[in-house]
Structure formats: C-alpha cells, structure tokens
Design a protein around this ligand. Structure first.
Ligand code: MTE
Length: 322
C-alpha cells in the first residue's frame, strides 16, 4: 500500500511455500466440508499433525466461478498466491509474510461478536464455520497497487454467518478487526500502521452474496500469510478491504474507522471500490498487471463485478466517495 510498485520480475512467485505448514489445518477443512455437505459429524475436527496431502472433498462449487470469470481469468497457482502477499502484521515486503508467518499458530481461534445485534458473544472458529457448507469461489482479486490475481478461495457467505447473530435494524455497518498480538505478529511491534488492522462494510455490502468469509484456498486451509484462519473477501473492492485473521466483528450504526482511510485519508476511502476512472493520487487505476503476466490489462469497473454490485452504489458520487 505505502510500498512502491515492484518490477514484473519481482512479482513472479518463485518461493515454494512449505507444504508441511498447511497439512495439519487441511484436515480441518476436509472435516468441515463434510459437515457442510450435511453428513454426520462426530464432534469437532481433530487438528492432528498429518503429513498426508489430501485434497478437500465436499466443497460446493458455485455458479460465480463460471459466470464471473472469462477465459483469460485462469487462477494463479498456489505458490504465487501464497508467496506474494500484503500482510503488514508480518512485514511490509511482499515476501515478508510467507517468511515471517510460518510459525504462527492460528488455531484455536475465537471471534468476538458485538455491537447492535441480538446474539453478541465469543464464538470459536469451528462453531462459526461448521454449520455452513463450504463453497469454492474463484474470484478476481485486485490490489490498489494495480496488480491482480485470480484465486480459488474456499469460504462461506458472510451473510449466512452474520444472520446467526441477529443484526439489529439500526445496524448499518459491520466493523472488523484483526488479531493484535505483537508476540505472534512481529510487524505489530513497530508503528507501521495503527494496530489492530480495521476494516468495515456497509450492511448491504456485507450481506451481498458475493462477499465471503474465506477459510481456505485451493481446497486447503488458508496459509498463514493469506490470513489464517479466516478473512474477508469482497471481490469487487480493492484487496485492502479484505481484512485478514479476523478476531472481532461488530454491528454499528456509524461508519466504522478503517486502517487505510485513517492512515492516508486522501488516498484510501471507506468505499475502496475498484474504479478505473478515479486515479489514486499517486498513480492511475485504469490498468493492472495480473501477477504472472507481462502485459498490463484494462481494469474493469467494480473489478468486473459491475452487473452484480453497481446497484449498491446507485446515486452515489464515486469520485467523492472513493
Ligand atoms: N489484512 C491485514 N490484517 N493486514 C494487512 O496488511 N493487507 C490488505 C489485505 N488484508 C492486509 C490485510 C491488502 S493491502 C491486500 S492487497 C490483501 O490483504 C492481500 O491479500 P493476499 O496477501 O492474500 O493477496
């Protein structure tokens, strides 16, 4: 975000992420997927350290995959997605998170639900995810730095999770926070950002069927550097809206504070819509480089999801509300 563009050659993911890091957590997804498919589940998944590499079964593939992606939107490979990251809690360089998050233990994990809702409280990761069917959503993902990827996320619709907490009628926004634990997240030992990382969505954005709580990619539990154990994915917005390693979800009546709009208000607004007609103050947003490609491609309004989401912003001046 504050970082300068890298050369194309820097962006090509050549680091191999150690697979052993993911093996233990892969087992959870497998069990959760079975639970989601409606089959009997005899208790919570065990997080035994299994070495065997197993692909997930029972992940429902959704229509979004087929309809929203064109023939030129091939998913980036696992190693690229998991070795070219923005996760300032583990360093500001693209290669820092894969190196610095390798010992992070995301489980057990608890999320605090609060604010204007009927059922506030603390909920464990498994209880949050288990009642829902896991879906694979292959989405375009665009960073405000003007690079993009295509990622096969695994997750649940955020709306399904939120509805369980019975949002009140005056809840107009949802605010999210990342874990703050400088012992486990070394990047938080310095004042690079105003920790913890914060994001927010308007309620209709949060409830939109495209918005997911992601828990995996490529049928495996999220790698630490991609925001384990759960993160937001809002595919029509700039990537920085997709907050990682979420520990707090609050329903609010007022516009929530967000990390990037607090840190550089003239550069990053609350709406963060992918909008090729509104330049970032320091660079154009009209094109992007798909990681792994040499030539730039045109950036599409709302990251190509215009048909699905434009109505959310009807009547708004997106040049002012950027
Ligand atoms: N969430 C937290 N907690 N900390 C971060 O630094 N970076 C954001 C977003 N979520 C970030 C975060 C930015 S700028 C981007 S582009 C995406 O995560 C990157 O997600 P990825 O590393 O999975 O590609």
């Amino acid at each position: 975000m504050l970082i300068k563009f890298k050369k194309a050659s820097d962006a090509l993911g050549s680091e191999i992420t150690p697979k052993s890091v993911f093996d233990r957590r892969r087992e959870f997804l497998k069990t959760a997927a079975v639970a989601g498919a409606g089959l009997a589940l005899g208790g919570l998944p065990s997080f035994s350290a299994r070495a065997a590499r197993e692909k997930l079964s029972g992940v429902k593939k959704t229509k979004w995959t087929a309809e929203s992606l064109g023939p030129t939107d091939q998913p980036n490979d696992f190693d690229t997605i998991s070795s070219y990251n923005n996760f300032y809690e583990f360093g500001t360089g693209k290669k820092d998170p894969v190196a610095n998050a390798k010992d992070f233990k995301p489980l057990p994990w608890t999320v605090e639900i609060g604010g204007l809702c009927g059922k506030p409280g603390k909920i464990g990761f498994e209880d949050l995810i288990k009642p829902h069917a896991l879906e694979e959503r292959v989405y375009r993902f665009r960073c405000v730095e003007a690079w993009s990827m295509v990622v096969p996320w695994v997750g649940i619709p955020l709306a399904d999770a939120l509805k369980r907490f019975e949002p009140a009628a005056d809840a107009k926004y949802v605010a999210f926070e990342t874990l703050f634990d400088p012992k486990r997240m070394p990047g938080q030992r310095g004042p690079v950002l105003d920790w913890p990382y914060k994001e927010g969505l308007r309620m209709d954005e949060a409830m939109h069927p495209l918005t997911i709580l992601a828990v995996g990619l490529y049928g495996e539990m999220l790698p630490n550097q991609n925001g384990a154990p759960l993160r937001l994915i809002v595919p029509w917005k700039y990537g920085f809206k997709s907050i990682k390693s979420i520990v707090s979800i609050k329903f609010e009546s007022r516009l929530p504070k967000t990390t990037w709009s607090g840190s550089a208000p003239s550069e990053y607004g609350f709406y963060s819509n992918v909008n090729p007609t509104v330049s970032h103050p320091r660079w154009s947003q009209s094109s992007e480089r798909r990681i792994g490609e040499i030539f730039r491609r045109e950036t599409k309004m709302f990251n190509g999801y215009e048909e699905e989401v434009a109505s959310l912003y009807a009547g708004m001046d997106l040049k002012k509300l950027f």
